[in-house]
Design a protein. Structure first.
Length: 176
């Protein structure tokens, strides 16, 4: 009788594992179903910008959590990857981040020139005239985006840059 009970537990555990794995697989979002934030009902992940010129980045989502560092660049693009109450978990282009109060963030979209010096062109075309050269680390306001190019405004200049050299816009993102 004891052997049967132990065998039953093994089978019962195996069945539970199969059912749990099936449930977890069906709960995973598909590529067509975006994950929505529990607080804002906005897609996760999503890009935002830093509203303030200085913002504390905390280890957890409350004022009682330790400050790990301070972001000091106004308009810096960040990616929101989680939400909890009035707090947003963000990461920067280096993958570093933490929890920031939502009042420090803006929905205004900006991008960071991520690679080498980039030409800001008059049209979304490699052969188009150059309006300006943007150095790595420059923050630009994001405008319209097609499959390969985005319209930017930086330092009083406006033009198009290849999406591949920008951080703060998804590779498949289209904007009007």
């Amino acid at each position: 009788m004891i052997a049967w009970v132990q065998g039953f537990r093994v089978v019962q555990t195996a069945i539970c594992a199969v059912v749990l794995s099936c449930c977890m697989a069906s709960a995973q979002p598909t590529s067509q179903t975006p994950t929505l934030g529990p607080e804002t009902n906005l897609p996760l992940p999503r890009y935002v910008s830093l509203k303030a010129s200085e913002s504390n980045v905390r280890r957890g989502p409350s004022l009682s959590h330790r400050i790990d560092w301070v972001y000091t660049r106004r308009n810096m693009p960040l990616q929101v990857i989680a939400e909890y109450g009035h707090w947003r978990r963000v990461i920067d282009r280096d993958g570093q981040g933490g929890w920031v109060h939502y009042s420090m963030l803006s929905g205004a979209r900006t991008v960071l020139i991520n690679k080498e010096t980039t030409a800001l062109r008059a049209r979304p075309d490699e052969t188009s005239l150059e309006n300006a050269l943007l150095e790595p680390g420059v923050i630009a306001r994001l405008g319209e985006c097609n499959a390969d190019w985005c319209q930017l405004t930086a330092g009083g200049y406006r033009g198009w840059a290849p999406k591949s050299v920008l951080w703060g816009v998804a590779p498949t993102e289209l904007r009007d």
